[in-house]
Design a protein around this ligand. Structure first.
Ligand code: CA
Ligand code: CA
Length: 304
């Protein structure tokens, strides 16, 4: 009895992670031209434009540093490696392959990355109190066209209650990757508003299609955070695709709830009847039609 209770406690331990606010960013160098520049602040703008190093050579040895408001207990770091401006530019520029993390107490960790256009997570071996993290690129995956290394976003988390980290995202269908972007489900869990999962059912306007978030462990769920359509800050692309307005949220415990979402290019927080679940699915019940594309998109989806 005691053993089974201990196990139950262990398996329901919530994987907590609240984002730590990045107050500033610096870099050894950055790429700029009269008409366009890629300063270090691009790693914290929640958009798909990246920081590009401006060193001579391929970017090995270049670094970007993010700062916090005083010392913070860091447990995990997420990186969108490479240039996420488009699926094409991601292939063209160098992506970090190995990064040295250096904390404000001078201690370091080495992070080996995969060569995939998906958010990548590094869990620190122990909670580290630090006021900054410097990411120094020590190995790269070579791009097909540009001899420069890019990082699109860096997100840093502590162990306080926040959005439940997603282990995996699944969807009923996915729009095929084109030169503009990838629309795979995880694009709805990358912390970037101008990347999205889009359904790929050519016979419908998206009604009936679904997106599912699997958590790292069973979680108490009481809120949904959602950015529907292509939830760009300027909002111009938002009108182009079908945008879900009515959803059914269903859970691994068999329960479900219908919700209405406002048609706006803004993150929305929707209260849910609290329950414990291992995964949550949103099924599209109705859409506002897009001007250009008859496909429905969701830019960000998370639960807390
Ligand atoms: Ca960015
Ligand atoms: Ca996104």
């Amino acid at each position: 009895m005691l053993i089974s209770m201990a196990l139950a406690t262990l398996t329901s331990t919530p994987a907590l992670a609240a984002p730590i606010k990045i107050t500033g960013a610096e870099a050894k160098s950055y790429w700029s031209a009269p008409d366009v520049s890629y300063p270090p602040s691009k790693v914290k703008d929640k958009q798909r434009k990246p920081w590009y190093e401006g060193d001579r050579g391929n970017g090995m040895g270049s670094w970007v540093l993010v700062k916090f408001d005083g010392e913070q207990p860091v447990t995990r770091v997420v990186m969108l490696a490479g240039d996420w401006t488009s699926a094409t530019s991601w292939k063209q520029a160098n992506r970090p392959k190995e990064v040295e993390l250096k904390f404000s107490d001078e201690s370091t960790e080495t992070w080996l990355l995969e060569d995939e256009m998906v958010p990548q997570t590094f869990k620190l071996p122990k909670t580290t109190n630090t006021s900054s993290i410097r990411f120094r690129v020590t190995q790269i995956f070579s791009g097909s066209a540009f001899p420069d290394t890019a990082i699109t976003e860096i997100q840093v988390f502590d162990d306080k209650p926040g959005e439940h980290p997603a282990k995996e995202l699944k969807a009923s269908t996915t729009f095929p990757t084109d030169s503009d972007a990838s629309y795979v489900p995880v694009m709805a869990a990358d912390g970037v508003r101008d990347t999205a999962w889009c359904e790929g059912n050519k016979k419908t306007d998206g009604v009936g299609e679904w997106l599912e978030v699997h958590f790292e462990a069973p979680q108490k769920v009481s809120k949904m955070n959602i950015c529907t359509g292509v939830c760009q800050m300027l909002g111009t692309l938002h009108k182009d695709t079908n945008t879900p307005t009515n959803l059914t949220v269903s859970f691994s415990d068999g329960s479900s709830q219908k919700v209405t979402v406002a048609d706006k290019s803004m993150p929305q927080k929707i209260a849910l009847t609290p329950r414990t679940a291992e995964w949550a699915r949103v099924t599209i019940d109705a859409v506002r039609k897009g001007k250009q594309y008859d496909d429905a998109c969701i830019s960000e989806l998370s639960f807390e």
